[in-house]
Design a protein around this ligand. Structure first.
Ligand code: HEC
Length: 271
């Protein structure tokens, strides 16, 4: 059915193309120019002669004192150079650990390769809630609104396999920070090459993906902690917020879902 429709359509297109001819076709006759002003602009090509400039060249010399990019070591603490220094790193991406989550041994990094700050965890929380929670749930339990509709149960990030090496198979790397980073950016592709989870590299740059990993660890830690881990001054507010969530007064028929609280920042790479 589709074949019968497409073949005449293709013939029509081919006939039309034959009548008009296109730029780039092999033809001895000069091409038809419908808007010649855009084809034939006055311009100078690099490395050619020019009568306009006194030195006879089309290309200008760099301003005196210009330093080629990357030929001097920038001091990132100098305000004018700092931006360029980080831009250079971003362009080169030659730090495999930071940009790919892979260590010198070729394996996924055990830990986040940068110091984890509270600010970073909060950024990770924001990004996780935007990009991951729909499937994995705000708590990382796999019970997001899309996650529960999935054709199979989504993983629960509080499973021990996402925290510690498997004693039976030390080659499994899914507990590593580098693997979580990689998954956030590239997604999950199974052995047959099928994309099971989409990657989010278009939405999360490397620093943001590490922030998501930091929050992933904070979520895990928050499930293992007790009220004793919370600073004493913060306990009453936390208990009260939990109390208001579990109190059946507001909506007795719908089971209340506790809102994701901001867990304390892990000190290192998590765990
Ligand atoms: C559109 C739904 C969807 C979104 C959004 C999503 N994931 Fe997933 N994720 C999945 C599915 C499905 C799997 C299970 C894949 C499989 O193994 O079949 C999965 C698995 C994972 C795993 C476990 C991988 C493993 O090998 O066990 C991690 C870690 C993970 N996702 C992290 C993330 C992070 C971080 C984000 C946000 C940046 C995210 N996911 C966003 C669908 C999603």
């Amino acid at each position: 059915m589709t074949m019968r429709l497409t073949i005449p359509a293709l013939l029509l297109v081919a006939a039309a193309a034959g009548l008009t001819g296109c730029r780039g076709d092999r033809e001895d006759a000069p091409p038809r120019q419908f808007f010649p002003d855009l084809d034939d602009q006055l311009k100078w090509k690099p490395q050619t002669k020019s009568d306009f400039f006194a030195d006879g060249r089309t290309m200008r010399q760099p301003v005196a004192g210009t330093v080629a990019f990357g030929t001097v070591g920038f001091n990132p603490t100098q305000d004018w150079a700092g931006g360029f220094a980080s831009e250079r790193e971003l362009l080169l991406k030659d730090d495999k650990a930071f940009y790919e989550g892979i260590g010198a041994d070729g394996k996924y990094l055990d830990k986040i390769p940068v110091p984890v700050t509270l600010e970073m965890v909060k950024l990770g929380q924001q990004k996780f809630n935007i990009y991951c929670s729909a499937c994995h749930g705000y708590l990382g339990d796999g019970l997001g609104q899309t996650g529960i509709q999935w054709s199979y149960p989504l993983p629960n990030f509080h499973d021990v396999k996402y925290k510690k090496p498997d004693p039976k198979d030390p080659t499994i790397q899914i507990y590593k920070d580098g693997y979580i980073f990689h998954t956030a950016r590239v997604g999950v592709i199974d052995a047959a090459g099928v994309q099971k989870m989409p990657g989010y590299a278009h939405a999360l740059n490397e620093a943001e993906a590490w922030a998501v990993v930091a929050y992933f660890r904070a979520l895990q830690a928050s499930h293992e902690g007790t009220i004793q881990d919370v600073p004493e001054s913060a306990r009453p507010a936390l208990l009260q917020s939990r109390g208001s969530v579990t109190a059946p007064a507001a909506a007795p028929t719908t089971p209340a879902t506790p809102a994701a609280t901001t867990p304390a920042a892990p000190t290192g790479g998590g765990k």
